[in-house]
Structure formats: structure tokens, C-alpha cells
Design a binder for this molecule. Sequence first.
Ligand SMILES: [Zn+2]
Ligand SMILES: [Zn+2]
Length: 556
Amino acid sequence: MTNPNDRALSRADRQAMPLALDVAVEIAKQHGVCIRPVLLRRMDVHTGITEDVNVPCGTTMEAKCPSCAKRNRYLRMAQCREGWHLEAEPSTTPDEPTEEQRWLVEFRADMQAQRDAAEQAGHDTTDLNAVLIGLDEEINAVGMRGSLRGRTAPKRNRSTKRRQDAPDLPKKVRQNTTLGRTFTSSDGMVYRPSLFITLTLPSYGRIRAGQGVPVDPNTYDYPRAARDALHFSKLVDRFVQNLRRVAGYDVQYFSSVEPQKRLAPHLHMAVRGTMARAEVKAIAAATYHQVWWPSVDEVKFNGEQLPVWVKRADLPDGETYPDGQDGDYLDPATGEVLPTWHEALDRLDADEATEPLHVVRFGPQVDVQGVLGGTPDADQCIRYLSKYLTKSLGDTLDPDNPAQHQHAARMIEALHYEPCSAACPNWLRYGVQPKGAKAGMTPGRCRGKAHKPEHLGYAGRRVLVSRKWSNKTLSEHKRDRRTWVMEALGLADEPTDPHRYLWKPVPAGDGTIPSLALRLLRMVAERQRWRATLLALEAKATALPTPDPSSTREAA
Ligand SMILES: [Zn+2]
Ligand SMILES: [Zn+2]
């Protein structure tokens, strides 16, 4: 334990000792400091010096603390502003993996090894799992396509019947540009109009005004609401495809998926360039997504009567089954092997009479607003786009409104046995083996995000940005800020040698770890020093460009 009389402690540290953790957390929040920092031990291979570094949870973990969520929101706002009214084509040649990407991949490999070792030793791997999920996101965010695990099965070729029909919309010849049209007024001013679109899902039953709860819960269409939420991101993809088809140029967008009070996801989208309002509305009305999945009309296994897992005969050394499964689920009464995911889809393809399991469409409420770059209107839309990014879909519930909680509970119930993906264990309930089935799967016990109260069916990304939105990825925006701060301080930014540091988690039970309260207060003190220096520099250097007001928040 740390001794309060230890001379090595700074005054701030000693003052911090009697403070309870919750006080430290409050102070950290006020200063925009991460309240759930991950402690990592970093060895500098150049100098041999080892130090413990508090890495903000927002850089490695999926679940972000309020401070990191807020900082992330500012970054997203900067990213949105950057691309909306772009005047020249963004350069798009980022195909060579950058140093940062390589570094992330190596760091991930390192963390994976740590996690596997921890698991082998029977230690808790919750934190390391979260770090890995965060790193995967980060790796995708810096522009790499797909995940490191790669594709396991070849992509299916659907029969023509199953192809999603292109809706009946006028099609223009595609110009090779991502920029919108400009308009020049009689006095020579150039206007660069763009669009702000809001799309919602249809009605599932009448809603009590202001409360977001059904007038009649018994007739409210929860199953439909659940399926629409599950497949919402596919519908958004279709909308973008159709928008591009009709617009006649390579439309770029920045959008966010946010919760409505009635707990349905809806979409705000900043679109670069402009189109007629009526055209956008026609596209939204014509857009749909068909879900070609096996039927879930009939419950085949339930309660104690669940399919049983039987291992397949071993293959010769080094060979694996093409579907990646080394066993199958059997009907417990007859011993019959249930169709695998691919067999079930083949049966669907062969049956001319089948209907899609579900068809998602937008509701009739479509809002289209014209926005000019650099106007207060544009700023307001950007704030609106990022308004709920710090909240999860389930967070909009009023704690004092029992009707809202009952509404959320009914939605969760509707999602309970609904298959959330091809790999969902719920397929066993309907007599189909989930894709990539393995031992230990139980219907109703899927751990997918979509079934959880905080996601309410929507497990996709909250921010969707097209590839040619701006010249920068989110990580580059982060780095921009850091570089600005370093330059302002007259410090050269560290050269990014990807092999300079070796990282590992600090073992639990290491006696030298300071308490979380102490770590938080040290981070606050650091942040304050940083800020004071920065403010002094800003006062002196009048020649410096005005920084973005939120950039000081990035200094860490
Ligand atoms: Zn954090
Ligand atoms: Zn699931």
C-alpha cells in the first residue's frame, strides 16, 4: 500500500489520499479525464525504461466512460464538419498499410497472446477481451478492410430469384465525382448546398405523445419492431446504394444511428451535395431490404427438448471440414441431423414458393433539409448528428417512468428468441444449425449485442461514414489534434517507431499499482499542467491560428 508520508509522492498525490474513489471520479469527469483507464506496462526498447501508462478506455475498449464518449463526440463533430462541404475531391490512395496500422496489428497479436496465457492460467480475461474488441475496432477505423480473422466460408451465390430487386427508380449516368453541384449567384457568390436527411422506421402501433410508450401494448407490433431494428443497418446500406444510383454521382455521407423515444433506431445523415427533396423522399419510399433466412414460424425444440451436439468422425491430420464445424446438432428424439446453415439456405433457394422471412422499409416520415456550408444551420445539424453518441440506444429511458421500462422489457422479450445473425444459437429452436455451429449452444442464450437491453436489436455501428467523406480517418483526426498541441508546446511530435515499445497488462495483485483514485487524480493533475501551459502559449503566440475550442481536451 502507498504510504501517505512517502516523500516520493507529489503534494497533489498526498492530498489525494483521503479522498474516496467516487470523489476522484467526479473530479476526473469534470476535467474530461477518462474514469476507467486501462493500466498497461510499457517498456521502451530504446532506453530500457519501463513505466505504467494509463490508457484512456476510449482508445482500447468498446464500452466508453462518459469522458471518453464526450471526447469521441467532439472528434466525430470535427470529422463531420471536415467532409460535408468539401471543395475538392479527397485523395484516396491509402492502400499501403501505414505504420500505425502495422503497430496496431502487432500490438493486437501481443494482447491476444497475453489473453490466451491468462486464460490458460485460469485468470479472469474480461479486461483483456475488452481490449481486444477495442483494438479490432481501432484497426478497422484506421482503414483496414475486414477483420483479422478473415472469411471462413466462401461467399454464397444466390439464385437470381433471391437477388434484391432494384426498386423502380430513375437511374442517372454516374459522374466520376464525390462533390455536389455549386451555384453562383448574380453577384458572384458560390453556394455549396448539401442535405441533412432524417429517416425513421414505420409505426408499430399508436404511441402516447411525449412518452414514447404504446397506447395499447397488446396490439403494438413488437415482433416487427424487433426485426426492423435487427436489420436496420442493411436497410441503410440499400438506401445509400439507391441514393447513388439516382443522384448520378458518388454520393458521400456521414450518418449516425440514434434511438427514438419509442426505442426504434432512426438515422440522421449529412449528405455532400444536393438533390430535389421529392427525389430523396421517392428513394426512401422505394427502398427495402429482404431477409432471406429460414422460417421461424414453427418452434421445433423447446424447454428440455433441445438438439444435442454430436462430434463428427475425425478427419485425417491437418484437414478440417469445409464448413468449419467438427460436429452437428441432432434431433434428440429421432437422432436426425438438423440441416446446417448452408443446407437450410439451399433448401430456401430450391423452393420457388418461399417468401423472405422479413422485409424492412422506412416509415413515411422522411425529413430532408437543405444546408449551406459554414452556416449556423450546418453547425446545428452537426451538433444534432452527434447529440446522442454518448448514449446507448437503451439509455433514453426515464428512470421514473415505469411505462417506459415495461415497453423496453417487452421489446427485449420480443428479441429473446429472434435470430440476430446467421450464427445465433436461437436457430436451434427452429430446427436449423446456426452458421459455424459448435458445442454448447442453447437457444435463448445468445450473447450477441443485439439481444442486450442497451442495444435493443441494433448491433451495428452508431456512426457510419462513407470512404470518401474526408481525407482523414478518425485516427488521423486524433493525431491532428495531438500534433497541434505538440507544436504549440514547441515539442517535436514523437517519431512513430512501431517497434519502440513493448506493452503488457499489469498483473492483478501487483503491489506497486496505485489505487484507481490516485491514478485518476494524477491524470487530472497532468491534464491541468498541460492546459495551463497551453493557455500561456496561446496568450503569447497571437500569430498562431485559432485552435478548435475542443482541441485542448485532446491533450493527454
Ligand atoms: Zn474512458
Ligand atoms: Zn443472437
